[in-house]
Design a protein around this ligand. Sequence first.
Ligand code: HEM
Length: 404
Amino acid sequence: MTSEAIGGPKLFGPEMLADPYPVYHTLRAADPVLWVPTLDAWVVTSYEAVSAGLRDARLSSQRFDRIRGRAESKLPGTTVDPSMRSMIHMDPPDHSRLRSLVVKAFTPRVVDAMEGRIQGMIDGFLSGITCPGRMDVMDVLAYPLPVTVIAEMLGVSPEDRHRFKTWSDEISVILSGDVAGLPEAEVKRAFDARHELVDYFRSVVARNRGGPGTDLLTALARAEDEGGRLSEDELYSTAVLLLIAGNETTTNLIGNGLLALLSHPDQLERLKGDPTLVTSAVEEMLRYDSPVQMTTRMAKVDLEIHGTAIKQGQWVFLMIAAANRDPARFPDPDRFDITRADNEQIAFGAGPHFCLGASLARLEGQLAIRSLLSRFPDLKLGTGAIEHRNNFNLRGLKSLDVVV
Ligand code: HEM
């Protein structure tokens, strides 16, 4: 079926920013695999089909040429540099080679050992807040936490973290690979920011090269020096990816998750009564309002998804956030329930590209929510407007005003 048959709901338009979930239900009920001419792509919305699609080796992650084509046609004169081609845009064997170089830094064991350090950062961010009072949680905690954690892992000096954060925010608008609906100025700024960031990384690597550092950037440079394991472009594409993939996503987990919790006072009381529920609460936050709404794939061969024929070369948009609200998988999917059983949400994707930073993001989310509730037991939503950032895929809040 094509989206015109159901009145062609405007996908990715501003009207979907406030609440995309009713549109997902309409799309899924019409056809879980729907052709949307304005996107020139299939849009997949059922849990079963999205989760199978993420694991399907016949669907390629090689989006680089599409990004390049769309960006260069939108912004004549822009050149998309090959160091933008990171592992998230690759298939095996290149994907596996690059992923294997950094996967050890993100295993649950390594991440668990970072708990004390991350808690210390959170305590530092929250220490300036006095009660009674109010704060913008995005500003005080959700923004600074992920960038500080990853900057430390990469070995970036603390004084540079503000520049780092700005670059990361600017670049993240092009992370999803589809620049079609974005304002030109934002796309241009994103490409410029990427050049600046790569130059910055080059200077850090040049300074630390050959040194004893145990940070990720030095480890990647060492792998490049040892030869054959990664190219120079790949070194920088990996560093940029690690910075931006975990930044705004984790910010949005904290913001969207806290908003859901504070908007459901019964769930908030339950969590306050039993702080050990924070683990399942964060899983429900990831399901209920997923920080990454979708990802894309390209059919390598003719194939079928849920009985629909997809032709080789066609694009498939896997709507993760729609899958996470599929009533066929999650009973009463629009209910926010921090004790939901059988909550196998797919906010971190699935299959070979399953989020490398999932354990880290979960830990940051759990510690942030736990710390907010234990420090400020009367935490409530303030009266500030709830507005979403202008990024359909990386869904998150501009600010989150709370009273403490
Ligand atoms: C709540 C926070 C996060 C969410 C919701 C999230 C979501 C995702 C998703 C959906 C994918 C798969 C994309 C695809 O299949 O096309 C992914 C991949 C990835 N994520 Fe995350 N992410 C989060 C945090 C992080 C963090 C903290 C890091 C690292 C510091 C990170 C690094 C990566 C990397 C490197 C990939 C690519 C993996 C690959 O291609 O094999 N993410 N993430």
